[in-house]
Design a protein around this ligand. Sequence first.
Ligand code: MEV
Length: 435
Amino acid sequence: MTESEGSRLPGFYNLPRQERLAQLARASGLDAASLAAIGGGAGLTAEQADHMIENAVGVYGLPLGIAVNFLVNDREVLVPMVIEEPSVVAGASFMAKLAREGGGFRAGADEPLMIGQMQVLGLTADQLAGAQQALLDRRSEILAAADEVDPVIQKLGGGARGLEVRPLPKTDAGPMLIVHLIYDTRDAMGANAVNTAVEWLAPLVEEITGGRVHLRILSNLADRRLARSECSVPVEALAFEEFGGEQVRDGIIEAWAFAEADPYRAATHNKGIMNGVDAVVMATANDWRAIEAGAHAYAARQGRYRSLSQWWVGEAGALCGRLEMPMAVGIVGGATRVHPTARACLALMGVERAAELAEIIVSVGLAQNLAALRALATEGIQRGHMGLHARQVAIAAGAEGESVERIARQLVAESAVRLDRAEQLVRAEASGEMS
Ligand code: MEV
């Protein structure tokens, strides 16, 4: 990122796409190959896809946009987002601009500790405590055995870190002992390393417990690998149109309290957070299903499904927000390294550690949450949404080129963002009269 432009690219939104790319090239200093992978059609090839999954027949495109204005831990970041939904990139960018007025996002991430689970069956309820103790007594031996599996991670400073054992005396399949291997996966997401380690350990665990190890798989509730971000928006920065700053701030806090108290609302509230989170996770070819699973399990960790974020009034009346959630993302290995666009997206953000990527992702999630709550607490979601949605409806009705914008504007002006009306307008344009 060049010092002069940072992540603030005023007017980026209004530029034609090619000029946006040119500005991105100047602002980011990315090399030609990365730029081509981001905007020049040199993304994943069918040939590469063929090596990634079975029965591949092609590749599937989705829009890739750049969220601007992000300042995360005093670092300017241009954030790539892959998403099909209108308003998300604009919402993140705008809220990042508001957050800048309070110093941007302050983010942090835990050590990259993943959990690998082993399910030990074949023990009676009375044998569980003895088996648990036997495992704990041979903890060092078990951790040393786990460290034999991946010398590369080990050399990079990762590897086995801990062992936890939980008896579950009463389940639908009888008593079981659950063994957790805590494993530091460094800059990898780590599913492969952890799964290999628990598969490797299973015979040793059987020998020690006298039981039978059934499942050996990582847990997506990566609650040892949390990332968190906070921001503080000066109350004056929240005012717009007829809405006063305090009114917007208090409305956002009331909206958050609804999600905190009601799982029906919390699901939608957290979905809004995931709009931002998943878009960056996808741009970097990370496993968004793993992130989704972890997020929702974490949201329900206290026995009731709640908001992943918190909003409150801070110093000088500022609106303060915080988001904390599991963030098992990697920057090495897997699709992240194979996918040319994902590699370019990582280069664009200039991340050198998985933890830095996690910090950016939670900051985007927090910004996205703010965008949704601000809209919901004031003018409603549809006004902002409809302008962009109208473009999609116009395209679906057959509009092309400049007529997409023209017809979209007309649909919004008539408050009739509907396919039938868009089709009428497309027909009218074709026959030379815009009705
Ligand atoms: C839509 O994709 C996301 C929102 O529903 C989130 C929310 O309601 O907080 C707008």
